[in-house]
Design a protein around this ligand. Structure first.
Ligand code: PNW
Length: 473
């Protein structure tokens, strides 16, 4: 039986500035933390960087034509802070003009622009003043948000402040596998708070400008299941991962408080860091952070099955990132005794399990527990596979086509269960710079030949076009 999506549901695809633009030092852009981190020996597989990436900065006209050909209704992209305000300083007209031309091109193609202000590429000059660990960053970020709004506010309706603050705090400042590569529990805690504070301040400032803007944030979220649902240790392991990954961000945004159980756990790990973090959380901060939103973006890649029995083997851990040549740590400050259990589900090229029903459960849970008043969008979902290019130049990625169809269907399942989900963005429009993995992992529905910059729509891209045209699965 085929089932249809609501008429207003939006189908799109997503990218991020550093991952596709290239032109890293053109037209006044200066270094971001990713330009700097990519040059640290051992930080990125193959010592690759985003200097050229997909050369989207020069090819955006063709890329928008490709989006139109695919039938995308919306396109999620990010603006580069160091292009718009190099070194975090005054506005760079040439930099912001690029986004203005991109937005015009999208609107001309009838594609709704979906803008993210921060997708991890903060100016390196600001990192040198402490980056997200320095409270002043909230003012810098708000200035940056307003300058993007100055230029694009007349044409862009949908604004996302942050992409995945868990990644820009704990993966970046505690685990050390993403820029700026620090390994400190305190820095992870401080940066998570300042990312949320910056989000709240920017939402307030943008809303003051224009009450009609659709404002939101994108979080990476997971379903954390206990291996044995009757085992107290397994239940507790699932609680701790859910708390550190999901609730650490959801609770301040939607409930105006940090999860007390996790604060308690963290105190056992590093009481000094928790005390310093508590000093950094000022009285009014949580009111600012919980400013009501119009949209919550949910990024879902995989779920996790957890055990609290240390003797079990930790084969299932999806949070393994490269960086073995550098000192790295767990992104979860409270990880002792937690094991990820292998459950035999198929795995992707990232080692992540394929679990579409997890997306349905996640959306239902978020809709019920946190966001009954806010519209949900799946702002990222996608898969890396080791694509094979045929003799005819075609990419027969039946595995990705199936993944896409199954997750679009899982989104529809949530809608049918009453959750207000209004869009789905596949990650990613095209193969691109996959952070610490460099160009080794391909998520695109469009293949990029990094020698020639030629784009080829994969079988999964054609499949997505058919789904969008039919508006049903
Ligand atoms: C997201 N994890 O990153 C990002 O938003 C994208 O830029 C990225 O390309 C995409 O997912 C694929 O990786 C994540 O460790 C990186 O759980 C790591 C995790 C989650 C999301």
């Amino acid at each position: 039986m085929t089932r249809s999506f609501p008429d207003t549901f939006l189908f799109g695809a997503a990218t991020a500035a550093y991952q596709i633009e290239g032109a890293a030092f053109e037209d006044g852009r200066t270094a971001s933390i990713w330009d700097a981190f990519a040059r640290v020996p051992g930080a990125v597989v193959g010592a690759e960087n985003g200097d050229v990436a997909c050369d989207h900065y020069h090819r955006y006209v063709d890329d928008v034509a490709l989006m139109k050909q695919l039938g995308l209704q919306t396109y999620r992209f990010s603006t580069s802070w160091s292009r718009v305000r190099p070194d975090g300083g005054p506005v760079n007209t040439k930099g912001i003009d690029f986004y203005s031309r991109l937005v015009d091109e999208l609107l001309g193609a009838d594609i709704v622009p979906w803008l993210t202000l921060h997708h991890w590429d903060m100016p390196q000059a600001l990192e040198e003043q402490g980056g997200w660990t320095n409270r002043d960053i909230a003012d810098r970020f708000t200035d940056y948000a307003l300058s993007v709004h100055d230029a694009l506010g007349d044409r862009v309706q949908h604004w996302t402040t942050m992409n995945e603050p868990w990644c820009s705090s704990f993966l970046s400042y505690t685990a050390g596998v993403h820029a700026p590569g620090r390994t400190s529990v305190l820095d992870g805690l401080l940066s998570s708070h300042h990312l949320l504070l910056s989000h709240g301040r920017a939402v307030q400032a943008l809303r003051e400008r224009d009450a009609d803007l659709d404002l939101g944030i994108t979080l990476n979220l997971t379903v954390a299941d206990a291996a044995d649902v009757a085992d107290p240790l397994d239940i507790d392991a699932a609680r701790r991962i859910d708390g550190q990954f999901n609730r650490w961000f959801l609770d301040p945004i939607f409930r105006g408080s940090y999860p007390a159980d996790i604060v308690r756990d963290l105190r056992k790990v590093d009481a000094g860091a928790v005390a310093e973090w508590q000093d950094a959380v000022h009285d009014d901060d949580l009111d600012v952070i919980s400013t009501p939103l119009g949209a919550l973006g949910v990024n879902y890649y995989h779920g996790e099955l957890l055990s609290g029995h240390p003797q079990e083997e930790a084969e299932g851990n999806p949070h393994e990132t490269p960086g073995q040549q550098r000192q790295t740590a767990s992104p979860f400050p409270s990880h002792e005794g937690i094991q990820w259990v292998e459950r035999g589900l198929p795995r992707t090229d990232m080692g992540w399990e394929v679990q579409p029903e997890g997306l349905t459960r996640l959306l239902v849970r978020i809709g019920e527990d946190y966001a009954p008043e806010v519209a949900l969008y799946v702002t990222e979902n996608g898969v890396a596979y080791d694509d094979v290019v045929g003799d005819d130049g075609e990419v027969a990625d039946a595995d990705r086509a199936e993944f896409l169809r199954d997750h679009v269907a899982a989104t529809l399942d949530a809608i049918e269960q009453g959750v207000d989900v209004r869009g789905y963005f596949y990650w990613s429009l095209m193969d691109n710079f996959e952070w610490a993995w460099g160009y080794a992992k391909r998520f695109g529905i469009v293949r990029v030949d990094y020698e020639t910059q030629q784009r080829t729509v994969k079988q999964s891209g054609h499949e997505y076009s058919r789904i969008i045209a039919a508006r049903s699965v």
